[in-house]
Design a protein around this ligand. Structure first.
Ligand SMILES: NC(=O)c1ccc[n+]([C@@H]2O[C@H](COP(=O)([O-])OP(=O)(O)OC[C@H]3O[C@@H](n4cnc5c(N)ncnc54)[C@H](OP(=O)(O)O)[C@@H]3O)[C@@H](O)[C@H]2O)c1
Length: 294
């Protein structure tokens, strides 16, 4: 199975490359230097030349606050590029795998959002990611769109690594306690994606009815403050570092974020038999892997 992977330098892209190669898949991995998603013609030419059976897009404009003042660039990467890749996938008869976000929701709900819940992004990042989903859906390609949330891993830019770094510089961390979501270990999303690919394969074609939109996060929900507190406890820093709750208003970010963006992952379990672990055990696994214990 020849796979074209975009965004191989990101936290999910790195995990995907490692897990897929570990599973014996032939992966052609592209970073920004190999294929800039802002150059749609080059992305398309790259794909038509490679002729992959699977195209995976783990690249995105993920700077949520910067996107507010850089909307055109965010739209090119998050909305236009996935559409171009999906159209190339249709031409090639390839399966297109794309990732989206809990930020397509406004966070007004008080129970987990399922895939059919109405979307209402609060900011440019969420709006451009939603436009990307729609472009993939309307391409006519066999596809999987996986919405995930609060991704972290042992590499790249993420909340876990930021908290660990700041904890080594300060004795107090101020973290918002009025946004709730499901922290999700990128490596688990990568491994679950490979299981979905296996299930989708059907000889030379794809099990089209299994395709579509899926929510995929770790189980349970917590505030950023609660997540930070648990990171301190599990990494042995809780006695030295105080984690103080603040409100989102006190944090003053450029982009508004949903107050509650927990996703229901029942469809994923029903259709693929996949359920990611609780966020606390996933966090433990990630920290153990960093210490070389897993
Ligand atoms: N991070 C989260 O909390 C989160 C939550 C929900 C959903 N998601 C979604 O999950 C997916 C993976 O996210 P992630 O956390 O792994 O993101 P990430 O670590 O920020 O990685 C994104 C990757 O995209 C690449 N990229 C950005 N602009 C590009 C361009 N113009 N051309 C080519 N590559 C470009 C980046 O390259 P550079 O390193 O060169 O910038 C980076 O390697 C994305 O679809 C994201 O929207 C993420």
């Amino acid at each position: 199975m020849k796979v074209a992977l975009f965004g191989c330098g990101g936290q999910l892209g790195q995990s995907l490359a490692a897990v897929m190669r570990g599973a014996g898949m032939e992966v052609q991995a592209y970073g920004r230097g190999d294929a800039d998603l802002a150059d749609g013609a080059k992305v398309r030419a790259t794909l038509l030349h490679l002729q992959p059976r699977i195209i995976i897009n783990a690249a995105a404009y993920t700077a949520v606050d910067r996107a507010e003042s850089d909307a055109a660039a965010a739209a090119r990467i998050n909305a236009d590029a996935p559409g171009i890749m999906a159209l190339a996938a249709r031409e090639l008869g390839a399966l297109f795998v794309h990732y989206s976000t809990d930020y397509v929701f406004d966070g007004a709900a008080r129970e987990p959002y399922d895939e059919d819940a109405p979307t209402a992004p609060l900011g440019v990042y969420g709006a451009t990611k939603l436009a990307g989903e729609n472009a993939v859906r309307s391409s006519g390609a066999a596809h999987l769109i996986v919405r995930t949330s609060w991704l972290y891993s042992n590499h790249g830019h993420n909340f876990l690594r930021t908290m660990l770094r700041l904890a080594d510089e300060r004795d107090e961390l101020q973290v918002v306690d009025d946004q709730f979501g499901s922290p999700t270990y990128a490596r688990l999303v990568a491994a679950a994606t490979v299981r979905m690919l296996d299930a989708m394969a059907d000889g030379a074609g794809w099990r089209i009815p299994l395709g579509g939109l899926y929510h995929m996060t770790c189980q349970g929900a917590v505030s950023w403050h609660g997540f930070a507190q648990r990171i301190m406890e599990l990494s042995g820093r809780a006695a030295r570092v105080r984690v103080t709750p603040i409100s989102s208003a006190g944090y003053r970010a450029a982009a508004r974020r949903p107050a509650y963006s927990v996703l229901s992952c029942d469809r994923l379990e029903r259709c693929f038999g996949i359920r990611l672990p609780h966020w606390e055990s996933a966090l433990m696994e990630c920290l153990e892997r960093a210490r070389g214990l897993a």
